[in-house]
Design a protein around this ligand. Sequence first.
Ligand code: NAP
Length: 245
Amino acid sequence: MNCKTVLITGASRGIGAACAKLFSEKGYNVVINYNNSEDEALSLCESLENRGYSAKVFKANVCSREEVNSMIDFCIRNFGSIDVLINNAGISQEKLFIDITDEDWDNMMNSNLKSMFYCSQKALEYMISEKKGKIINISSMWGMVGASCEVHYSVAKAGVIGMTKALAKEVGPSNIQVNAVAPGVIQTDMLKGFTEDDLNDLKYETPLMRLGTPEDVAKCVYFLASDDSDFITGQVISPNGGFVI
Ligand code: NAP
């Protein structure tokens, strides 16, 4: 049985929740972070515990350095380690570039990028002292190629890729791998604003002719957390059905 511990930000729903389930099934202790979706987070945790898995929830806004520090202290206090950090929490917004306000821009950067700075910095205090650890940052294919009407989102997700590459170089000598997963269109609440027609168009633009599932992404994340990827760092894997090649 694996006794490693994973902390997943934004694990109350969507991709984060799928990661929580998969890592639990693989024997990890799991810390489920949420901010607003308390009911979802508690019910996910309860369902994992009912299956005999080891999970805890922690409410923290990942845009707050104080709350992030408390969350990572909680993880280490309860499970004795933080072996894998999945920086998954994020928001999206569709807006014409000319309509993006200062507040929109700052929210986007804080939720998707600065949050990873806070979480990684705190987790690395522990990982560097242990000389091991894995950080997996959730970017987006739009961070690779850019999306119209999502300039601020694309910038934040491109920043995630830049941070992943630079940090991988810096902490590689401490035996810590930092990689990014850049999903394509994945069926979660993040697609709530899309009409049925929009979703069909996206499906037909995808060579594999379907939208992705949170589980498609979780499997990629799990690979990057596992010993099978020990020689992989600073890389971007994009589960996108061929949308971006
Ligand atoms: P989702 O279903 O909307 O879930 C977003 C998660 O992030 C929720 O658990 C939410 O928690 C959490 N979150 C947001 N802001 C937070 C904050 N300030 N502090 C703590 N948690 C926060 O979205 P998803 O599709 O699973 O997205 C997960 C990640 O994948 C995001 O980084 C997203 O950009 C990326 N991604 C998604 C897609 C896609 O098509 N779905 C594609 C590419 C990349 P609460 O509800 O508890 O506040």
